[in-house]
Design a protein around this ligand. Structure first.
Ligand SMILES: Nc1ncnc2c1ncn2[C@@H]1O[C@H](COP(=O)(O)OP(=O)(O)OP(=O)(O)O)[C@@H](O)[C@H]1O
Ligand SMILES: [Mg+2]
Length: 409
């Protein structure tokens, strides 16, 4: 049975596919079998046959295959698109590129169209893209969360991914905020690997002519996770320690932040010429460390260094990750961290390797593995809109202190 709207999990994408073509049905089944985030409902037959069921299906996105479509089907599609009125978005699939059919489809204001043969990756990308709901057509100002490591392996990538998934799921199904995770750890980036995605960012192509970077080129360089999360990541180059022109990186982030509601950035430990700009342009800046003496010491040094360098940037806040109440190994307690870091200590995130591992392996939010877990609760408190500006000293959501363009100048 269909679950009522109130019950549908906001992190699940419900894809309803109606197709009279068994071959396409197979493609769809194979494509989404590998995507645990997607709940697939297949309707075999034509759009005219299933028009009512589609409307009632509580879909996040509807894919209509117009294989052997009759006039009746086109009329049904038109009525369906009009009835849905933009949500859920409708994607059409046709057997071939027929000018007349395309003209009719475009007039109906479908969200997108695909022409067979449809590659699985293309189908996933299209579905993920059309469910993103950027704030209107005018450029929006993103809220930017940056994660900076104080020590290696502290959990920056894990927390950045979970933050992005939480933000993505923070809307209702109808207003899922467009969220982009940006991996700036060009040397050892792991975001794409953790989410099992193909990294598509090629900075070598952008760098010689950054002015070429527009929405279209950005789209080519984005990877989409089945949850709808957009990811910008480059293939990692462990042997290559090169820096890109700060202008290239800033331009990329400027463009990203004008097309998404939320941007989450995974930063490397090394300070590059573009690091200051990224931090200046962020709304929230988290320094991630661990519960060890050197971990706390490095976090403190980093917070001080960031403050000195960026007088006007966001206030850095420390997260102690993999926190254990009983720390027999180091003998440190929370009060020790509080004493050393004072107001800069924003949160301690509990240690739960099994939970984190499973969420990473499945590419899902921690909440989906274990509802009500403490890591998500802490993260939610930290990033949520209820985080009061008095408590953290951060700007309230949506009010950016600085824009990246400003930082660049
Ligand atoms: N709260 C947690 N509890 C248990 N294990 C965790 C937690 N957070 C992260 N981990 C684990 O710690 C390891 C390192 O995490 P992650 O890759 O996110 O760190 P990182 O700071 O990005 O590392 P690097 O310096 O290599 O970029 C991973 O195996 C991850 O599963
Ligand atoms: Mg990392």
């Amino acid at each position: 049975m269909r679950s009522p709207r109130t019950k549908s999990s906001s992190s699940k994408t419900r894809v309803v596919v109606v197709t009279p073509d068994p071959a396409f049905e197979q493609v769809v089944q194979d494509t989404f079998a590998a995507a645990p985030q997607v709940e697939l409902e297949l309707m075999s037959g034509s759009v005219a046959e299933h028009a009512e069921a589609i409307t009632a299906a509580d879909a996040t996105v509807v894919v209509v295959d117009l294989h052997a479509a009759t006039l009746d089907d086109m009329t049904s599609l038109q009525a369906l698109v009009a009835r849905l009125d933009g949500w859920p978005p409708v994607v059409t699939v046709t057997d071939a590129f027929d000018k007349e059919v395309m003209r009719q489809i475009l007039k109906m204001r479908v969200a997108d169209f695909l022409v067979k043969p449809v590659q699985p990756v293309e189908l996933v990308r299209t579905c993920a893209r059309v469910v993103q709901t950027p704030a209107g057509n005018e450029p929006s100002e993103a809220e930017i969360f940056s994660y900076l490591p104080a020590v290696g392996g502290a959990g920056v990538t894990t927390l950045a991914i979970q933050t992005a998934l939480l933000l993505l799921g923070s809307g209702t199904q109808k207003t899922r905020p467009a969220t982009c995770l940006v991996d700036l750890d060009f040397q050892h980036g792991a975001c794409a690997d953790y989410l099992d995605l193909e990294p598509r960012l090629d900075l070598n192509e952008i760098e010689p002519r950054p002015e070429r970077l527009d929405r279209q080129l950005l789209e080519v360089m984005l990877s989409y996770h089945a949850s709808g999360l957009a990811v910008i990541a480059a293939p990692s180059r462990p042997a290559e320690m090169r820096s890109f022109d700060p202008d290239t990186v800033t331009r990329l982030l400027d463009l990203v932040s004008s097309h998404f509601n939320y941007v989450v950035i995974d930063l490397p430990r090394t300070w590059f010429p573009w690091t200051d700009n990224v931090l200046l342009g962020s709304n929230r800046l988290f320094v991630v460390s661990e519960m060890t003496v050197p971990g706390i010491k490095h976090a403190k040094q980093l917070v001080t260094a960031v403050r000195e360098r960026l007088e006007e940037g966001p206030r850095p806040q420390v997260i102690i990750n993999r926190f254990e109440q009983r720390l027999f190994s180091t003998g440190l307690r929370r009060s020790d961290a509080e004493q050393a870091l004072g107001e800069d200590l924003a949160a301690t995130i509990p240690n739960d390797y099994r939970l984190v591992r499973e969420a990473i392996d499945r590419g899902v939010p921690l909440d989906e593995v274990k509802a009500g877990n403490k890591i998500t609760a802490e993260l939610r408190k930290l990033i949520g809109p209820t985080t009061s500006s008095e408590k953290t000293g951060a700007e309230p959501a949506g009010k950016r202190r600085l824009s990246l363009s400003w930082a660049r100048g």
